[in-house]
Every structure is written in C-alpha cells, then in structure tokens.
Design a protein around this ligand. Sequence first.
Ligand SMILES: *Cc1c(COP(=O)(O)O)cnc(C)c1O
Length: 387
Amino acid sequence: MTVKDFDKEYVANTYARFPLTLVSGYGSVVCDENGKEYIDLGTGIAVNTFGIGDAEWIGAVTEQLGKIQHTSNLYFSEPCALLAKMLCEKTGMKKVFFSNSGAEANECAIKAARKYGCDKKGPEYTTIITLKNSFHGRTITTLAATGQDTFHNDFLPLTEGFVYAEANNMEDVKRLCAENNVCAVMFEVVQGEGGVNPLSAEYLTELAAFAEQNDILLVADEVQIGNGRSGELYGYMNYGITPDIVSTAKGLGGGLPIGATLLGEKVKDTYTPGLHGSTFGGNPISCAAAISILSRLDKNTLEGVKERSKYIFEALDGAEGVKSVTGLGLMIGVETERPAGDVIAECMERGVLVIKAKQKVRMLPALNIPMEQLKTAINIFKEVCAK
Ligand SMILES: *Cc1c(COP(=O)(O)O)cnc(C)c1O
C-alpha cells in the first residue's frame, strides 16, 4: 500500500486532498515523492512565510529544541515573554495571549469581547457582529462567527450571539447594533476563504469611527493576512485603523503551530488568572520560530512583498482568460474563465502549486519568493488560463 492508500484508509475523511504527496523542499520549491519539483504559490495556506528550510528559521527552532521543548504555563519561559514584547512593541497593542491555531486565537478574542461587554455595559452585551462570507475557524463557536450558512448546516445548534452584516455596508452594522446588544464587530480586512475580497478603506474607516463612538470593540481577524502578507506587518495597518483586538496565526510561526491574540488598551486587563488558558499555548519552539519570523518582517521585507504583489497584479491585469484579480499584498484571488479546479490541476501538472478560494484561484507565495521563480510560475499560470 502507498501513502495515499494509508491516508484514505486511516485518516479521517475531512479533506479533499490534491493527488500529491509532498516530501521535501527548498525555498519556494517543494518536491513530491517522485522527485518532481513545483514552484509553491500556496505555502501550506499562508504558513511557510519564508518558504521551506529557511536557514535562519531552522537555526532558531533547533537552538530552542536543544534547550527545552515545552514548559507549560505553570512556569515562565523566555521565548514566550520575548515574543509577546516584540508583538506589542511592533503593533502598539498591550498584551498577548498565545494559543495554537487561528480558531483558538479567535476563541480568545471572542471570550475577551464578551467579558468586556459584560464588565463595561452589562451582562446582556454579548452579541458579536461578523460579516457575511467571512471565515473565522472550525470550532463550534468560530463556525458560528463564520458568516456562511454552508459551514453551519450539519452542526446545529451553534454558539448563540452572532449576527451577520453585509460586508462594506455600514447601514447594516448600524441596524444590527440597534437591534442587538453588541459588544464587538469582528472582520478580516481581506476575506480569505470567502474569495479574497478586500473590505473598502472607506468602510473600515467608518466602521472604526462608529465602533469608537459606541464603545464597540473592533476585532481584526488577521489569521491569514497578518504577519507581513499584506505588505504591512498587519493588514489593518494598510487602512490607518486601530483594532482593540487582533487575532493571528498561520504565518506567524513560519510553519510551526501558533496562535496569538493581541489585546489593546481597552481590553488589556479583561483577562485575569483562570479565565482563559492553553496547555500548549506559548510553546517555546513555536515562540522561538515566531520571533525569528517577526524579527525579519522589516521595511525591506515588506517592500519586497509590495514589489512582488505589484508584479503579479500587473502581469495578470487584462491577461487572456483572467476575469478579475483581487486581494492585497501576497494574498491574491484570480477569477478565471476556465473553472478554477481545472486551472489548479493543470498548473500542478506543469509544476506550479496554487490553491482555491471559493470559485477563484488563490495565490499565497512566500514573502521572499525569488522574483525569477515568481515570474516563471506566473507565466505558466497565464498560459494555463489562456487555454
Ligand atoms: C485559516 C483561518 C482561520 C482558522 O485558522 P486555523 O489555524 O485553521 O484554526 C481563521 N480565520 C481566518 C481569517 C483564516 O484564514
């Protein structure tokens, strides 16, 4: 039997995998079990921030592995404290809770928002507005936060207290606030799984002002767009707004699991001992990995993201078989004339990995993908689209 047979037999049937087993890689190239190489524009869904086998990242991880792999949160640990300091200094947020995934980072944000509403306005202020077509995770509560019925249907009843506003529609937010006791509004500045749809700058500015006036918390889900992918350190920084809570995960650890929930001035003291926790949260290896990633997300890296982004947008603008290109930085959605599934399969044949978002082809390359490899991959993609 092969890896594929074992997987189909023994791994829970939750994933429709591509017919590919990845075994190794270097930089933005991944290799399958037959030694075939692919230029990777997916990075394991925006996780491998600096590609595969990055020497600095490996150095940071292995150095920490040589010291201690896990401490629990019963004790202090240097990588956890240093990473929290770094995140706060780079964002102006005040405190950080560490977990292990995007869904958990959002769970922490949701609990903080409810506790804040309860403390500040009263126990009935528990409702959170999220946006239609959003994606916030797979736990029962983050599914409830996800504004897409298709994710809900088989798992009712979900956690109560979520209402859904039309994206880019301020009147809808105001209506929902009038009808409910709202403590927070939660959004992705670019809806990733929903089809790589950026919110408008005007909407975000209005939303931030409205939230400020009404003491409603602004919660930015930066799980996918965060950590340099937008061309700024966090996506919201492109819009000049200041969220009260920021959740992030995916690219933060550069390939190791970590979630972080950044708490701003208003909610920095909302949590007290015993109210939240995680056995693995703040794991020293994951934190050492994240410190290594974060310390490299400097002006130079972010300029490189913008440059690569500009190249992709320009190369695909008006290209044959391409209907539209949306996104921000190196999170890009392409609407193609051919079905996205066909484009993805044929790109794979030709040695380029891209993924899907709704009916679009999604690209999430490493932030440091070499320009030559990016050009080769985009040219192949264009040829496939034009067929
Ligand atoms: C991927 C994603 C999540 C869920 O993250 P997991 O690590 O899979 O739990 C939540 N929000 C957004 C915006 C995401 O892209």
